[in-house]
Design a protein around this ligand. Structure first.
Ligand code: MIC
Ligand code: SF4
Length: 640
C-alpha cells in the first residue's frame, strides 16, 4: 500500500479504496478560519449539535483582521463564543495563520484533517491526510459525520537529488505547476517519495503540500520520517510522532520524477499560478512592491532566510516591502534573535501575523504596479488593484529583488545563506483558548453583522435566463471576490451577494435580481481556487438554479451541491459555443431527470434546440439536490 491508502484504510467508514468510487472517512481534526468560519459555525448550530465529536477542532482568526468597522470584530467575537460553547479550541487574532499554527502546534502524522480553507493540505507536510472543504462539510465533520469523497488517483512524485544553493522548495511546487497546470491535480492526491524527501524539512515540505492546492489536487502528502520527528521534537511534541512510510512495493496510479539538482529559481507570471518560467528568463522587470508571508512561505526558516538576505542592506527606492511572519511563534523568535531588527533596518514594513495582502486585506499595490509575492495565488484582481500584476516567487527571490529593485535570480548574490532548523522553537500556547469545562453556561454573542445563511427551496422545474457566460479557469475570486471591503460581509450573505462577479461583470447581481435568478455558463475548471462557500451561497441568494460548465473544480462542485445548485457538465463541449448570455434555458421534469441518472435534457427556448448535460454526482448528492441543499436534506433525514 502507498501512504495515502494506509491512512485512508484506517479511517474508512464506508466504501472501497477503488479509484473513482465514493468513500466515507472518519475525520480526526477540523480547522476553520474566520472568513469561512462564521458560516461553518452558523451551519453547525443549524445542525443542532451541542459538542463537536472530533478529537480536535480549532477555530482560527487570521483573514478578516482589519477592523475598519464593527463587522470583523463582531465576527471574531461570535467565533470565540460559539467555539467555547461547542468544545472548540480558539486561536486568538494575532496568533497566526491557521495552516502555519496548525502545523506547529496540532498537526499529527497519520491523522485526518478537514479544514474550511483550500490550503488545509499544508498539513500533508507533517504526514497528515489534510483536505480542504466547504464550511458545511466541515460543520458535518464536527458533528461526527464521516467526510465523503470520490477516491482520487494517487500519484507518486519522486524527488531525487538535493536543491542547489538559492533554490527553494517553492521552486519544486512551481515546477510541478508549470508541468501540470492548475487543472493537472483534479481528482488526484500527490504522494511524495524518493531520496530528495529527506533533504527537506517539515516547513519546506509544507510549502509544497500547501501549494499543491493550486494544482486542483485533493491533497498532497509527505511521509513521516526523522525530519518529521526533528520538527515535532523542536515543537516539544515528540510524543505526537509516528513513523509513516509507504510499503516498499507500494502501487501508484502514476509517477512524476523531479530531479532537485536540476531546478532553478522560478516565477509564476500574472494571473495564474501555473504560468511558470525560470526567473532568469523573465527579463528585467522593475518591481514596485514585494510581499513576503502567507500560509505558503511564512515559516521561521523562510523568515530567517529573508532576514539574512536583507541584513545590512536597504530596499531599493521604488520598492515597498511588506513582511507578515506566519505565526506569533515565528514573530516572537525573530524578535528575540534580532532578525526582526535586520528586516526593519532594511526598510521592511512589518505586518501582523495574518493572511493580510494575500487576501487583499490591505497593501493593495499602486496602479499598474508590479508586485512580487511569496504567496500561492496571483488571480486577477485578488490583490485589490485590477491593473496590478502579481508574480509568485520564493522568499529568496523576493528578498533579493526587494534590494535590487527589479526581479533578480538570487544566485547573483553569491554565497548561499544557511539556515538550520532550530533544535527548539519558542513554544507558548497562551493565545490558544481551550474549550471551557462549563461550556453550557457560555452565551454565543451575535452582533448585527451575523445574518442567517440562505436556504434553497426543493428542486422544481427550471426555466431561467443565462445571466453570464464565462471562459475556462474561472476562480472563486471571480465569482465572489474578497478584499478589505467585502471580507467584513462574509457573515452577511444578502449584502455580500450584491458583489457577486463584480470584478468581471459589475451588473451581475442586479441582473440576477431583475430576472428572479438564472443560470451560469462556465468553461473548464469552473470554480477553481478556494474553498470559499460564499461562491455558492451568493449565487444561491441570487436565485441561481444551475451552473452548466465544461468541468468543475472539486470543492466548488461540492459547495454547489450543498447549496442545492445543479452542477451540470456539457455532454458535447460544442454546445458551450451555441449558448449566449440572455438565452432562456428550460429543464423539464427536473426531479425525475435528476433521479434517473440518465443524461439531462436542456431546452434552449430562445434558439429552439435541445442539448444534453451530465450530472456526475453520487446517489446521495442527487437526494441532496432534490431537497434543495445539504441542510434541508440532513434536517429531513434527521441525520445528525
Ligand atoms: C483564499 O486563499 O482564497 C482563502 C481566502 O483562504 C480561501 C478561503 C476563503 O475564501 O475564506 C481558501 O483558500 O479557501
Ligand atoms: Fe490566508 Fe492567503 Fe493562505 Fe488563503 S492562501 S489561507 S488567504 S494566507
Amino acid at each position: 500500500m502507498n501512504l495515502t491508502q494506509k491512512i485512508l484504510k484506517k479511517h474508512l467508514v464506508d466504501g472501497e479504496l477503488i479509484k473513482g468510487h465514493e468513500i466515507a472517512i472518519k475525520i480526526d481534526q477540523t480547522l476553520t478560519q474566520d472568513s469561512t468560519g462564521t458560516m461553518a459555525y452558523l451551519e453547525l448550530e443549524a445542525l443542532g449539535v451541542d459538542k463537536v465529536k472530533t478529537e480536535l477542532s480549532v477555530a482560527y482568526v487570521d483573514h478578516n483582521m482589519l477592523q475598519e468597522g464593527f463587522e470583523n470584530a463582531d465576527d471574531h467575537k461570535y467565533i470565540q463564543t460559539v467555539a467555547a460553547k461547542h468544545g472548540i479550541y480558539f486561536s486568538r487574532p494575532g496568533n497566526g495563520i491557521c495552516h502555519q499554527v496548525h502545523l506547529e502546534r496540532f498537526g499529527k502524522p497519520g491523522k485526518t484533517l478537514l479544514g474550511s480553507d483550500s490550503h488545509t493540505p499544508t498539513g500533508g507536510g507533517i504526514g497528515m491526510l489534510a483536505i480542504g472543504a466547504g464550511g458545511l462539510d466541515v460543520a458535518l465533520a464536527m458533528a461526527g459525520e464521516p467526510y465523503r469523497l470520490i477516491m482520487p488517483e494517487v500519484i507518486n512524485v519522486r524527488l531525487t537529488g538535493k536543491l542547489r544553493p538559492w533554490v527553494s522548495s517553492k521552486d519544486i511546487i512551481l515546477e510541478l505547476l508549470r508541468r501540470l497546470t492548475v487543472k493537472g491535480g483534479v481528482g488526484k492526491i500527490f504522494e511524495y517519495s524518493g531520496d530528495g524527501v529527506a533533504t527537506l524539512s517539515v516547513p519546506e515540505r509544507a510549502t509544497i503540500t500547501n501549494m499543491g492546492a493550486e494544482l486542483g489536487a485533493t491533497t498532497s502528502i509527505f511521509p513521516s520520517d526523522f525530519r518529521t520527528y526533528e520538527f515535532l521534537k523542536a515543537q516539544k511534541r515528540a510524543d505526537d510522532f509516528e513513523a509513516l512510510l509507504p510499503d516498499n512495493d507500494a502501487e501508484y496510479d502514476g509517477v512524476i520524477e523531479i530531479n532537485l539538482d536540476e531546478l532553478e529559481p522560478m516565477v509564476a507570471l500574472p494571473h495564474s499560478p501555473d504560468n511558470v518560467i525560470k526567473v532568469k528568463d523573465a527579463g528585467k522587470l522593475k518591481v514596485d512592491q514585494v510581499a513576503i508571508g502567507s500560509c505558503t512561505n511564512s515559516s521561521y526558516m523562510d523568515m530567517m532566510k529573508v532576514a539574512a538576505i536583507l541584513k545590512g542592506g536597504l530596499i531599493a527606492e521604488g520598492v515597498s516591502l511588506v513582511i507578515s511572519p506566519g505565526s506569533r511563534q515565528v514573530l516572537n523568535m525573530l524578535a528575540k534573535n534580532g532578525a526582526l531588527s535586520d528586516m526593519i533596518s532594511a526598510g521592511a514594513r512589518i505586518l501582523e501575523t495574518a493572511c493580510g495582502p494575500c487576501i487583499g486585506m490591505g497593501q493593495a499595490p499602486a496602479t499598474n504596479a508590479i508586485s512580487l509575492r511569496t504567496f500561492n495565488r496571483n488571480f486577477y484582481g485578488r490583490c485589490g488593484t485590477k491593473s496590478a500584476k502579481v508574480y509568485l516567487v520564493s522568499p529568496e527571490v523576493a528578498a533579493a529583488s526587494a534590494l535590487a529593485g527589479y526581479l533578480i535570480d538570487p544566485r547573483e548574490l553569491g554565497d548561499e545563506i544557511n539556515v538550520e532548523m532550530p533544535s527548539e522553537f519558542l513554544v507558548n500556547d497562551n493565545m490558544i483558548i481551550k474549550p471551557p469545562v462549563n461550556a453550557d453556561e457560555f452565551e454565543v454573542v451575535r452582533g448585527p453583522n451575523i445574518k442567517p445563511f440562505p436556504l434553497n427551496t426543493p428542486l422544481s422545474d427550471i426555466q431561467k435566463k443565462v445571466l453570464i457566460k464565462v471562459g475556462d479557469d474561472i476562480t472563486t475570486d471571480h465569482i465572489m471576490p474578497s478584499n478589505a471591503k467585502l471580507l467584513p460581509l462574509r457573515s452577511n450573505i444578502p449584502e455580500l451577494s450584491k458583489h457577486c462577479f463584480e470584478t468581471i461583470d459589475p451588473d451581475f447581481s442586479k441582473r440576477a435580481s431583475e430576472n428572479g435568478g438564472g443560470i451560469i455558463i462556465g468553461g473548464n475548471n469552473y470554480g477553481q481556487g478556494s474553498s470559499r462557500e460564499h461562491a455558492a451561497l451568493a449565487p444561491l441568494q441570487l436565485g441561481i438554479k444551475a451552473v452548466i460548465a465544461k468541468s468543475f473544480a472539486r470543492i466548488h462542485k461540492a459547495n454547489l451541491i450543498n447549496s442545492g445548485i445543479l452542477p451540470l457538465t456539457f455532454v458535447n463541449d460544442e454546445d458551450y459555443d451555441k449558448i449566449d448570455a440572455g438565452d432562456v434555458l428550460k429543464i423539464e421534469d427536473a426531479v425525475s431527470q435528476v433521479k434517473s441518472k440518465e443524461k439531462i435534457v436542456v431546452i434552449n427556448e430562445t434558439k429552439g434546440y435541445k442539448f444534453e448535460v451530465n450530472l456526475d454526482v453520487t446517489d446521495r448528492n442527487r437526494e441532496i439536490l432534490i431537497e434543495g441543499g445539504l441542510i434541508n436534506y440532513v434536517k429531513k433525514k434527521d441525520k445528525v
